[in-house]
Design a protein around this ligand. Structure first.
Ligand code: M6R
Length: 585
């Protein structure tokens, strides 16, 4: 859940620092950099967010750097990476969790190795030192020996004071290698080096790369041999990874949705055909994801019920293994994930694979772990999503799910047209809804709690709305199925309690009768619908787009969440305690 970068090339420290800024959405508790000048490694670490410019001068062509989201040990300079071996010769940055670090640390301590941090990661450079000293191994072999002792997940970069290069290895955490003109990059994510190169090599689990002497070599750690890897050209562009004229990535990414919805529609025909075949062959389809991706999964289950006779159910990926007796070779898993690196989802997919289920993934990040585990990948094509909150990836996921359900139903062209019209309409809607959202946010900023209700596919939309509000404004929010209010949550309603009501032609009668029940108890109602109603204290109009209503109705709530954060003085792109890619369980 941290960001790592390593650069072998001219002016590496400044480049690594700037690259770190592109990765700070992955963690922003503390940061650090190690550079090799002549034959000495120099470290600089700080708690807090990255400063504007690198506060120290390094004249180096080898640097590794890290931005942290604390797991083991509090936020201190000692716990910040890079970590250095006891003899100060080897530095490492690590993303992931070493599960057996305590026993490794104890045995190294017995041999007088010194530790300065509470982290799991500090054992890694010390283990390498151990193999260099006690088994007289060279640096590369010692790294390989050390890696073989680690249990858990890692994307790790190493440098040694006597080695003019970087060693990189991956097992379960993301790592991509950028190939530049006389320079090499290793990073947790592509935006870190996009301003330098679009050529990338994606490492698989248990692969290692060594960059030195203007060359790069790849090794398979399982087979213990050198391998050739394919270089891919990254389709994302630099502007997508920059804020441009927008104040925050969150608002930029909300504005990008008309475009990203259209890009999500552009699925290769053969892939859709393959997906239809897998869906039709399956006895049951399980849609799984976490957070926003789970909310999209649940919306997808409604799409399948609405359009097809397929049995499709949504589950939280973190709870999926509880279905151990229901998953088998006749199950099809549709795994949803923006990052492709969410640990709970990876576990669920691995569990399903053991049960011989087929896996389709709907994923945004090319080369990510989920793409490597799936039988079929449908790429979201949303470009980098930098804000920690998922916005555009949610609408891309809904688009692909709708496309799949309509393809199974033989209604592709009809539904595609509806989605395209909805996407065009969202361009008009955003600036209008933005003004309204800004005003409503001002009124709601002191609310302690907000309820959001909806029925049918607006129920998961209500959950997604509540997730957006709580993540970014820290106001407690709950999304409920309208019919469930009277079974408990209505007890909360008192004068001026804010309730967002999501409805449309299809659900209006019943949703508004729920709105009546709460209005008569004093609720303040913010209606999002195509028709105004006297029950609404505030109203944001959205047009009807049949199957694609969910794509449209989420927009005003994303905007409201954004403005609630601004009203409360919070940074929308990096909410407290969260990180973009959740690679821990
Ligand atoms: O990368 P993923 O889609 O797998 O991420 C899943 C969740 O961690 C993610 O959606 C999270 O809930 C976001 N913060 C939502 O805004």
């Amino acid at each position: 859940m941290c960001g790592i970068i390593g650069i072998l090339g001219e002016n590496s420290a400044v480049k690594a620092f700037n690259a770190l800024k592109k990765l700070d959405y992955r963690g922003y508790d503390s940061w650090g950099i190690a550079s090799k000048e002549k034959n000495e490694i120099t470290l600089f670490k700080q708690t807090g967010k990255l400063p504007e410019i690198l506060p120290v001068k390094f004249n180096s062509n080898v640097s590794i750097a890290h931005t942290r989201w604390a797991t083991h040990g509090s936020v201190t300079e000692f716990n910040a990476h890079p970590h250095i071996s006891s003899n100060k010769k080897i530095a490492a940055v690590h993303n992931g969790i070493i599960e057996n670090f305590e026993e490794l640390k104890e045995s190294l301590k017995e041999q007088n190795y010194e530790f300065y941090s509470e982290t799991d990661s500090e054992v890694i450079p010390n283990l390498v030192q151990f193999y260099m000293e006690f088994e007289k191994k060279d640096f590369i072999t010692a790294v390989i020996r050390a890696l073989s002792k680690l249990e858990g997940n890692y994307a790790v970069l190493f440098m040694h004071e006597d080695f003019n290069g970087i060693i990189a290895a991956k097992n379960g955490s993301p790592l991509v290698c950028g190939i530049g003109e006389n320079e090499f990059f290793f990073a947790s994510d592509v935006p870190a080096f996009l301003s330098h190169t679009k050529k990338a090599v994606y490492l698989n689990d248990l692969e290692l790369a060594v960059a030195s002497n203007n060359k790069i070599h790849f090794f398979d750690l399982k087979k213990n041999k050198e391998i050739q890897k394919e270089t891919k050209i990254i389709e994302w562009n630099l502007e997508q990874a920059e804020k441009g004229n927008y104040a925050h990535f969150m608002i930029k990414e909300i504005y990008e949705q008309p475009e990203t919805i259209k890009l999500a529609l552009e699925q290769p025909k053969e892939k859709i055909n393959e997906a239809i075949e897998l869906i039709n062959k399956a006895e049951t389809v399980f849609l799984i994801g976490c957070g926003t991706s789970f909310n999209a999964s649940l919306t997808g289950a409604y799409f399948f019920s609405e359009l097809t006779k397929i049995k499709a159910f949504a589950f939280n990926a973190s709870e999926f293994s509880a279905l151990k007796n229901s998953i088998n070779e006749k199950s099809l898993i549709i795994a949803l994930t923006q990052s492709g690196e969410t640990a709970d989802l990876i576990d669920a997919v691995k569990f399903a694979k053991e049960k011989k289920s087929k896996i389709i993934s709907i994923v945004n990040v090319m080369g990510s772990s989920i793409t490597q585990l799936s039988d079929l990948n449908l790429m979201m094509n949303a470009g980098p999503e930098i804000c920690v909150l998922s916005t555009k990836s949610f609408s891309s996921q809904l688009t692909i799910l709708l496309l799949l359900a309509s393809a199974v139903a033989g209604k592709t062209s009809e539904v595609k047209k509806i989605i395209l019209n909805a996407a065009n309409y969202i361009t008009e809607l955003i600036p209008i809804a933005e003004k309204k959202a800004e005003k409503i946010a001002e009124e709601l900023k002191n609310a302690e709690s907000i309820l959001v209700i909806g029925r049918k596919e607006f129920y998961p939309l209500a959950m997604e709305s509540a997730l957006k509000i709580k993540e970014v404004s820290y106001i407690h929010a709950e999304g409920y199925a309208g019919g469930e209010l009277k079974h408990g949550p209505i007890a909360l309603i008192e004068k001026d309690f804010p309730v967002i009501v999501l409805s449309s032609e299809k659900t209006r009668v019943n949703t508004l009768s729920n709105a009546h029940e709460i209005k008569s108890r004093g609720a303040k109602i913010i209606g999002i619908d195509s028709i105004e109603n006297k029950l609404f204290n505030e109203f944001i109009e959205v047009k009807e787009f049949s199957y694609a209503n969910a794509l449209v109705s989420i927009i005003p709530v994303q905007l409201l969440a954004y403005y609630l954060a601004l009203e409360k003085g919070f940074e929308p792109d990096k909410p407290r305690n969260l990180a973009k890619s959740v690679t821990v369980r």
